[in-house]
Design a binder for this molecule. Sequence first.
Ligand code: ZN
Ligand code: ZN
Length: 295
Amino acid sequence: MKFVVRLALGGIAVGLAVLGLKYAAYVLTGSVALYSDALESIVNVATAVTTFLAVRLSAMPPDANHPYGHHKVEYLSAVVEGVLIGIAALAILRKAYLGYLEPRPLDAPMLGLALNGLASAVNALWCFTLFRYGKRARSPALVADAKHLLTDVITSAGVLAGVALVAMTGVLVLDALIAALVALHILWWGWQLMRQSIGGLMDEAVSKEMLEKIRKAISTEAQGAIEAHDLRTRHAGRTTFIEFHLVVPGTMTVAESHAICDRVEAALKEDLPHAVITIHVEPEEKAKLEGVPVV
Ligand code: ZN
Ligand code: ZN
């Protein structure tokens, strides 16, 4: 098994272990804040699953059934996760509201804090490992995972401090307030995840800056051609699909126009090494006098 795949699988295992420890901490104390922290771990398990899909399934080469590749599996799973995350956040908000109406003292706060602290330490250690090896393996998915874990370790530290404060001061309502804050944080994450993935599923175009770069590369590298039009772009995972019509003088040979196409493709791949480029060559009477003029 490839190293990145093993790391991604390890992420799922660590996520489940942390979820178990944090849930146990909640059951021992009855703290709503610790409950919210436990449910937040579901987000981690979900992101670990997406990472696994990204490095395993999505990276599978195109085959006869899926000639454009398998990248969209990442988006699909991320949308499902976004829904799960939303449900987790609503469950926390409900419990936080009930806890706010009827605050109750924590049972065994020290043991609960210790268990939750242990889980956070495991998370921090795993986060460090992912950063190190994710960078070495040049896996954007693993590094993104590590970044998310880092924010999680920080929120967990906040939750721990808050619950310790509840135990020390006896201000019980604080417990529900912390939980509500965590729920809002989770909702925000879920929304980000969904927004990006829906963009990918709906074949959103590349960013304005990227489009400008593409237009510039075509305009400067296609010498000999007249114009490019009907430029369309979309993303699938880390692959960018670029297609356009290239208008050349009607008397140009196929070999010459192909050489232009190869030059433009090479220039585009400097910025987008994973780009898949399709160019349709046309004679000058097809010119639309719009799109990208060749300089
Ligand atoms: Zn055309
Ligand atoms: Zn060719």
